[in-house]
Unconditional design. Sequence first.
Length: 280
Amino acid sequence: MRHIFFLSFLFLILFGCKKANAINDEAYAIQSVQMPAKAENVAYDKKPSPNDAPPPKVDEKIEQKIIKEATLKFETDNLENSFSQIQKAALTSKARIINDSEGKDFATVFRNLTIKVPSQNFDRFISDISKGVSYFEVKTISAEDVTEQYIDLTSRLKTKKKLEERYLEILKKANKVSEILEIEEQISAIREEIESKEGQLKYLESRVSESTVTIEFYKTIPEKEGVKISYGSKLATAIKSGFFSLSDLLISLLSVWPFVILFFVFAYFIRKRLKRRKKE
């Protein structure tokens, strides 16, 4: 009798443990899908099981993501030769020129280039265009590690895609129009976030895959040799300058002729009055 009672008690304990595990698995499966407030009564026939639990995280080795950029400025004796050298280096490194501009100021003739270089050929390209350059006025090379940002974006994108898949499964089970509309609204919002994350990830990958190199090279314009001026030429220049100054003065006086006339009339009457007083 005691044996039968002990076996019955052991059976009840094992049955209770299995039931508790089943309840915990079900709670985990439900929490893994956050349903909309008005869609809680959507039919969901799939029975929760331990297989529904998300797979364990695997530590994926992600290649280090580095954004490289460079800014170079140097003087050259021949702009065309320097440009040909840069073109040759670009061809060797499979780079492409995306911006080319040139100009002239008071003392130099210059040319500016913006070049996109595959990151794996970045060092080789810089080395090739540095050949023959005596010194760089500006040489700035930067390397920004964006691996953490890349991993974060990738992880968030995967999470959003999984969430979208879960809402799509819920949508298949929805019966009411109000539930369908609300779930579709949730899916639309998630889709916008997915597209935004994909755009950011694509932009980041493009900056990592291609480095940007900005190059400015210029040639100094030689100053013209000054012409020696003789004493006679200086004297003639001074006479011309005085003549022009006198002309400017006469033009200025003509522009104020009414005031000049009034001045002479006023002076005439004052002089006449003074003569009368002396006679008296």
